[in-house]
Design a protein around this ligand. Structure first.
Ligand code: FAD
Length: 334
């Protein structure tokens, strides 16, 4: 049966809303193939409301594996459980989000299944004549869009860029089937052991959920100057982003990187400071609602996509901006 599967991410007792974006993608594919759409959710203490929500958002079926040994994400155990499901039900297509979980799990599974996987797709479609999955993603430094097929092996697998589509809206009347599965100890034997979860405290807000992002580039000159970016982001209640150059230099960690090989973001306001606007950076933030750029070079590419551009030295502009916002906030408080 040509079933389309999506991976619903369940972590720390919560369903990641990214799961609904995948259902939106999956719905379109299942409709074109005239088949059913299923979501796989694995973890521990998975709530019935969460399973119902997956159905309301488009899943005709939900495969649930609820086990205390799946409480924490471990690639080996999660993959073993999913591989057992894939072997039993043989879906035609299996997609996950290009999140840390999806990017870790899907390649592992694809290798074990000896099938193809296209990472970080921005478009998914079905080829009419062959019913193959068309997997489109930016390639060659973001200069072209490549469409990839996996015609000879199943399932056809892809990860999808978070926020590259809207979550599917809920349909309260929709009904679906729930299939609970359990596996014996063998499925949970792993060479790796879970020790503890350490949260990245440097990032208070998940950059992909942030409404405001202040991002810094090489123009900042050195790591310490990121204090200005952090202060501005803090005052605005936003998150801190970075260009790849900054991450490569070790001024900021990878979770902050925005762009083709980093995260895709779409905040209400994106402030780019000392960032030139290379095509690979723009690929990750061009859908932001409002873009403000600060750069000393009036010819910088970033100005071409900005709603507001400030030409000048960031070391002069940022302290002034921070001071003005503080004054404004003080006035507002009185
Ligand atoms: C396959 C591939 C994937 C990539 N993925 C990514 C990615 O995900 N994200 C990403 O960002 N890049 C990515 N890149 C790298 C990208 O091509 C650029 O090299 C990078 O974005 C440049 O970073 P930047 O803008 O910080 O630095 P630069 O290009 O060096 O720009 C620095 C800017 O700061 C300005 N400036 C300097 N001093 C000041 C000052 N005092 N005040 C104000 N402005 C100042 C300069 O005018 C300049 O415009 C990728 C490249 C490749 C090939």
């Amino acid at each position: 049966m040509k079933e389309v599967w999506t991976l619903a991410e369940f972590r720390h007792g919560k369903l990641n809303p990214i799961s609904f974006e995948l259902l939106n993608r999956g719905k379109n594919l299942a409709q074109k193939l005239n088949t059913s759409l299923a979501s796989v959710v694995i973890g521990y203490n998975i709530k019935k409301e969460d399973i119902d929500e997956l159905i309301k958002r488009g899943a005709d079926k939900v495969y649930v594996v609820d086990d205390i040994r799946l409480e924490n994400f471990m690639v080996e155990t999660y993959a073993k459980v999913i591989l057992k499901l894939l072997d039993e039900y043989n879906p035609d297509i299996f997609i996950a989000a290009a999140t840390t979980i999806g990017r870790t799990l899907m390649p592992y599974i694809a290798v074990k299944k000896q099938t193809g996987l296209t990472a970080d797709c921005t478009v998914l479609d079905i080829e009419e004549e062959t019913e193959n999955l068309l997997q489109t993603r930016p390639a060659i430094g973001g200069n072209i869009l490549a469409t990839i097929k996996t015609p000879n092996t199943k399932p056809q697998m892809a990860t999808v860029r978070p926020h590259s589509t809207k979550p599917s809206p809920p349909d309260k009347t929709k009904k679906g089937e729930v299939i609970y599965k359990q596996f014996d100890n063998e499925a949970f034997n792993a060479k790796t052991k879970y020790i503890k979860f350490v949260k990245d405290e440097s990032q208070q807000i998940n950059i992909q959920d942030a409404k405001i992002i202040v991002a810094g580039g090489r123009g900042l000159g050195k790591a310490e100057n990121f204090k200005l970016i952090e202060e501005l982001a803090d005052l605005l209640g936003g998150a801190v982003g970075a260009s790849r150059d900054v991450v490569d230099r070790g001024w900021k960690t990878y979770p902050h990187q925005i762009g083709l090989s980093g995260k895709t973001v779409s905040p209400a306001l994106y402030i780019a400071v000392g960032i030139s606007g290379a095509i690979q950076h723009i690929a990750g933030m061009q859908t932001s609602e409002n873009i403000i750029a600060i750069n000393k070079d009036p010819e910088a590419q970033i100005f071409k996509i900005s709603n507001l551009g400030i030409v000048g030295d960031l070391h002069e502009i940022l302290p002034l901006l921070i001071e003005r916002i503080k004054e404004y906030k003080k006035k507002g408080a009185n």
